[in-house]
Ligand binder design. Sequence first.
Ligand SMILES: NC(=O)c1ccc[n+]([C@@H]2O[C@H](COP(=O)([O-])OP(=O)(O)OC[C@H]3O[C@@H](n4cnc5c(N)ncnc54)[C@H](OP(=O)(O)O)[C@@H]3O)[C@@H](O)[C@H]2O)c1
Length: 240
Amino acid sequence: MATLVVVTGGSAGLGAALLETAPGDAYRVDVSRSGSAPDGGSHLALDLADPASWDVFAAGFERLVDEQPWERITVIHNAGVLDPIGFAGEVDGDAYRRHVLLNSAATQVVGHAVLAAIRELSCRRELVFISSGAATNARAGWAAYGAAKAAGDQWVRAVGLEQQVRGGVKVLSVAPGVVATAMQEQIRTTAERDFPGVDRFRQLHDEGRLEAPGEVARRLWALLDDPQVGTGTVTDLRER
Ligand SMILES: NC(=O)c1ccc[n+]([C@@H]2O[C@H](COP(=O)([O-])OP(=O)(O)OC[C@H]3O[C@@H](n4cnc5c(N)ncnc54)[C@H](OP(=O)(O)O)[C@@H]3O)[C@@H](O)[C@H]2O)c1
């Protein structure tokens, strides 16, 4: 077993599908609050919206990296929330702070920790940030969410430039499209007052246009094998 796959938010939705469809012999690790160890793997119970968890993640990841001479290490930072959906200045302040800490701050801090732990290795190494179309389409009610995804994309572009100079890690951002997960259920049940664009998502659901998490996950793994997709690339899977 020489492949290490770490997925944050691997307990549900797209993250769980990414772990299920990971290369056959991989040692799989889920990093989430409520998950459990996947078959042939382990679980790191962390609340990544809590800054105290970031050092715990870094130490846990370093331990995994040191466990054996891996041939491939892939980390997918997929954990994310939409909560609280609503207008800035109206939603609950504590929930807003947790959102920013998880979606914006943890992305960069966890990303840094991953790069620090694998920078001296020469095996195949990939770090993937799960983004969203909301990075480029501003939507009322999703301000912090869109800002976080846009920040993640720009972080990937800049870190990609760095890794071309030295490092050699393939760092990618991938927007998965509209995927049938709990997050989409939450969107559809949001009041129009908090999310004026809700109708489009109800319609996509009614028309059966949500993508299955397993299918999206398989396309993401195929993207990682595509030599044309170089470090620093920001990809929308719907455009492939
Ligand atoms: N679904 C879509 O249509 C869609 C579209 C574009 C982008 N995305 C992105 O895709 C990613 C996955 O979304 P999804 O649709 O699969 O959502 P989901 O079904 O709600 O799953 C979210 C995952 O994130 C984890 N998570 C949430 N808060 C966390 C925290 N504080 N600490 C650690 N883990 C946390 C959850 O685990 P625990 O609750 O166990 O902690 C869960 O595993 C997100 O980054 C999302 O922004 C989704």
